[in-house]
Design a protein around this ligand. Structure first.
Ligand code: GDP
Ligand code: GDP
Length: 467
């Protein structure tokens, strides 16, 4: 059984530490006495994030039991929590921006030498760019945008915790035989998180209104529906879906001003909050440079991409337009062959079903798990057909392969001298994997490890990790 790590949630009052704690611990939370004047112990609980289990401390409220200076109180509570932690999550309020206390915490944590992940909470709406940009100045790297209240951005948080939990190579690997086990329900209870992005005026609002107008199933204020319409739940053909980050669209719909600029920050946030991203194009304008940079962001963030070619009703040169888009896509994103392209008319409600079917299919591919035995048979065949190049007269040997995780499909290959493999060979493996295991259009990650089969001679591990 892998050792579980301990995570401390740290930050000044009111940034959302308790909210994050509650989200991580959920119903396993031991109730605490919240009456004023009652000394609270720090809360701790068993967190479960995408199946990754760890202990978590919430340091909120502890400041009340100290009566020295504010800074001193902060420090005391932080010190105690930090002593036991393997990772500190420094939470800031992206809406409020960086305060002197945040800076104090950051400085102090940097000096502690503990791994720290910076979490920018309350990121669900717009107007948080400033906070996020300033956050970088804390010297703790890029902030993870999060909305603890709405459960958005949790997959990036997972990555941060998993990076600390899995410092040993073995920890990144699923237990042998995991692929035979059924993939556990994901952290959203199987709800597919979808974002619609694209340049202004391509028809995003029209599409979203059509989607929601047709099969609308709002689930009440507690399930993510808020005044800002941050996340909207509905179903498509019995499939639960959540449309994330529609706040921008809503606001826009009310304003008649059309000369809006594309906000890269907004787009990036929507992508991070989603699992599948629909990049909507205007067929008359084709796939432009900005569209390609959005497409690259989606792939780089490891999300599944579907291209929607809108305003098909108004297009005259249909064949040429579509061929142009497909061609540009293949040439510009050669490492992600097979990205689905669906033509539609949001205005007329035409082909929206097909768009949604492509979304669901892309999600399924993104979640696909390939068996270890099949992977190794495949690895043997492709390296025999086209061996890796020799370096100083000695061949790089690819010895063993396994799928380390899904969402997106991520593989680990154990090799001698993995650093010597040229990019062209990596492409060869990626494309081969796509074809052999039916993984069209999804980002594929291959991580090379030095060494042999990590399972050889090792006892089977009992812990189960799915994501
Ligand atoms: P703590 O003092 O750091 O533990 O903060 P709390 O968890 O008590 O949250 C402080 C306030 O921020 C509460 O009113 C929460 O409802 C609110 N809050 C927490 N998370 C979010 C979020 O993601 N978005 C927004 N808008 N508010 C949040
Ligand atoms: P957004 O800025 O991406 O949200 O775009 P809107 O949804 O506001 O649409 C911009 C304009 O394109 C509006 O005038 C829409 O009526 C029009 N539009 C949207 N979808 C279609 C479509 O499928 N066909 C045609 N002909 N026009 C469309």
């Amino acid at each position: 059984m892998a050792m579980s790590i301990t995570v401390a949630i740290i930050g000044r009052p009111n940034v959302g530490k308790s909210t994050l704690f509650n989200r991580l611990v959920g119903q396993r939370l031991a109730l605490v006495d919240d009456k004023p004047g009652v000394t609270r112990d720090r809360r701790e609980g068993e967190a479960n994030l995408f199946g990754l289990e760890f202990r978590v401390f919430d340091t909120a409220g502890l400041e009340e039991i100290f009566d020295s200076s504010l800074e001193g109180r902060m420090r005391a509570q932080t010190e105690r929590a930090l002593a036991d932690a393997d990772l500190a999550l420094l939470v800031i309020d992206a809406r409020a921006g960086i305060t002197a206390l945040d800076e104090h915490f950051a400085r102090w944590l940097r000096r502690s030498g503990k791994p720290v992940a910076l979490v920018a909470n309350k990121c669900e709406g717009r107007l948080v760019e400033t906070g996020l940009g300033d956050a970088y100045s804390l010297g703790l790297g890029q902030a993870i945008p999060l909305s603890a209240e709405h459960g958005l951005g949790m997959s990036d948080l997972y990555d941060a915790v998993a990076a600390v939990a899995g410092t040993a190579v073995q920890e990144e690997l699923p237990p042998e035989g995991a692929e035979e086990a059924e993939e556990g329900a994901d952290e959203f209870g199987g709800v597919l998180q979808l974002a619609v992005v694209g340049r202004p005026n391509v028809g995003k609002s029209t599409l979203v209104n059509k989607l929601l107008g047709e099969e609308r199933l709002l689930t009440g204020p507690e399930a993510g529906i808020t005044r800002d319409s941050i996340a909207i739940d509905w179903t498509f053909q019995d499939r639960p879906l959540r449309l994330v980050d529609t706040a921008g669209l809503r606001r826009k719909a009310r304003v008649t001003e059309k000369l809006e600029k594309l906000s890269i920050q907004d787009t990036l946030r929507a992508i991070r909050f989603a699992q599948v991203v629909v990049l909507l194009l205007d067929v008359d304008e084709g796939l432009e440079k900005q569209d390609l940079s959005i497409a690259r962001m989606v792939v780089d963030e490891g999300r599944a991409l579907v291209i929607g070619v809108n305003k098909w009703d108004a297009c005259r040169e249909r064949d040429a337009a579509l061929a142009g888009i497909r061609d540009r896509l293949e040439r510009s994103l050669p490492q992600t062959r097979g990205i689905p392209v669906v033509t539609l008319s949001a205005l007329q409600g035409h082909n929206i079903d097909n768009l949604m079917k492509a979304v669901i299919q892309a999600y399924d591919v993104w979640n696909r798990r390939v068996g270890t035995a099949d992977l190794n048979r495949w690895l043997e065949a492709v390296t025999a057909a086209h061996p890796p190049p020799a370096v100083n007269g000695r061949r790089v040997r690819l010895k063993y392969m396994t799928q380390a995780k899904t969402r997106p499909p991520t593989f680990a290959i154990f090799a001698s001298k993995p650093q010597e493999l040229p990019t062209s060979y990596l492409r060869y493996l990626e494309n081969g994997l796509r074809d052999a295991f039916d993984l069209p259009g999804t980002p594929i990650r291959i991580n090379f490890r030095k060494g042999d089969n990590p399972y050889a001679g090792r006892k089977k591990k009992a812990n189960k990790r799915t994501r």
